[in-house]
Design a protein around this ligand. Structure first.
Ligand code: PLP
Ligand code: ZN
Length: 406
């Protein structure tokens, strides 16, 4: 049986088909491309129980991933992150069935490792010698790490305000790193120019400009369904920047429906953004099919500071198709949730993940979420890489001083 059932790439906008075995960026019409698989063949040859004894990483779903030969897989054991009930946090907001999928336990500390593992593996398979990308930090760290493991080069450009640890991750992995006094969109333009001038030396691996990062991220949806015994929760809340994870989860669940591995309604998908950068929320509220760029974007949840997403129409389509929603939360609220969750449930979430808790609390208070709803929030990374989001109050003592216990 084939390792991958990838057949072709398809444009979701103009529906043109493209050869999957050549390197591709965008469709000629400017849209991202989506990987398509021979799902009827997968359905004939594979059942959910065949997966039971497989490796505990996202590669257990290799038939639904684009890498054709197993020896091209570049892996650090990413995937199969736990589903953790947030019992006390859930009780505090009237959601007794609140569960977190914890992407903080993945190599490099964020779910970006999923996109990097699959994107780099496939790039290597197609003969790419070096990748280039703009990043808000976490994607660059992940791609630099997997590029190092694959033995290919990486060129990373990030805002100088991006979390400092991600610079260190790029540097230690040997990436060619540049900081820009600007936003990810500015970094993107600079990467685009550098790639164009490089005479094919670099492959542009920007968000959704190549089709396979999405395939890696979609495994969050595959895992979620498998971990729930091949069924879906009622609602999924996702901290949305470029929206790749949300589009990916929707794609995964749609593929599982086609395989007949899940049935019934898809979960309502909710895009959570920060009030300081909420282009998708604004577009959703207007019933629009695409989003306008957000001026002066700013939030502590750095990973979701994306003023204009290339896949905006795919995000919005997924929200409308699942009767979902989009909601913006203030930095103060998400920071409060980050602290509360660590204190009552013992999970130090990243600020982006904590934003989904602030959103859940609001959606419960407006009645959009019911106390019977099974709600899954994606904690897209560990709080450990965002030490600056926590204010520490501790007194420094001299040796032998009595502890002034409170
Ligand atoms: C990149 C990132 C996001 C947003 O991811 P998209 O799938 O591009 O919307 C959310 N959280 C963290 C921690 C990130 O690094
Ligand atoms: Zn097209």
């Amino acid at each position: 049986m084939a390792y991958s059932f990838l057949t072709h790439l398809q444009c979701p906008r103009c529906h043109r088909e493209h050869d999957a075995d050549r390197v591709h960026n965008l469709c000629d019409c400017g849209s991202p491309l989506l990987a398509r698989y021979d799902l009827p063949a997968v359905k004939n040859q594979l059942t959910p129980t065949d997966l039971t004894d497989r490796v505990g990483s996202l590669w257990r779903y290799h038939e639904l991933l684009p890498v054709r030969a197993e020896h091209h897989v570049v892996s650090l054991g990413e995937g199969m992150t736990p589903l953790v009930p947030l019992t006390r946090t859930g009780e505090s907001m009237g959601l007794p069935r609140l569960v977190m999928k914890d992407e903080g336990l993945i190599p490099t500390g964020t779910f970006k490792a999923r996109g990097a593992a699959v994107g780099v593996s496939r790039a290597v398979e197609l003969g790419v010698g070096a990748i280039a990308m703009p990043t808000n930090g976490n994607a660059g760290a992940a791609w630099a790490t997997y590029a190092a493991r694959a033995g290919i080069g990486s060129l990373i450009v990030m805002p100088e305000d991006a979390p400092a640890i991600t610079r260190a991750e790029c540097a230690v992995a040997g990436a060619e790193l540049y900081l820009v006094r600007g936003l990810i969109s500015d970094a993107g333009k600079m990467v685009g120019r550098a790639v164009a001038d490089s005479a094919g030396r670099y492959f542009d691996a920007s968000t959704l400009k190549e089709p396979y990062r999405l395939e890696g991220k979609k495994t969050m949806g595959l895992e979620l369904a498998e971990q729930l015994g091949w069924r879906c929760p009622d609602v999924i809340l996702y901290p949305t920047g470029g929206g790749v994870g949300l589009i990916g989860i929707h794609k995964a669940l749609t593929e599982l429906q086609e395989l007949g591995w899940i049935s019934g309604e898809l979960p309502r998908l909710v895009a959570v953004q920060a009030s300081g950068c909420a282009p998708i929320v604004r577009a959703f509220a207007a019933g629009a099919r695409s989003a306008e760029p957000w001026p002066n974007a700013q939030t502590v949840a750095f990973g979701i500071t994306v003023p204009k997403a290339l896949g905006d129409f795919l995000i919005l389509d997924a929200l409308y198709a699942t009767h979902g929603s989009a909601i913006a939360v203030d930095d103060a609220d998400l920071l409060r949730e980050q602290r509360r969750c660590a204190q009552v449930d013992g999970v130090f979430m990243c600020p982006e993940g904590a934003a989904t808790l602030a959103a859940a609390r609001r959606l419960r208070s407006t009645g959009w979420l019911k106390d019977t709803d099974e709600v899954v929030v994606l904690n897209t990374g560990t709080g450990l890489i965002y030490p600056e989001t926590v204010t520490v109050t501790a007194s420094t003592l001299d040796i032998g001083d009595p502890l002034p216990l409170s």
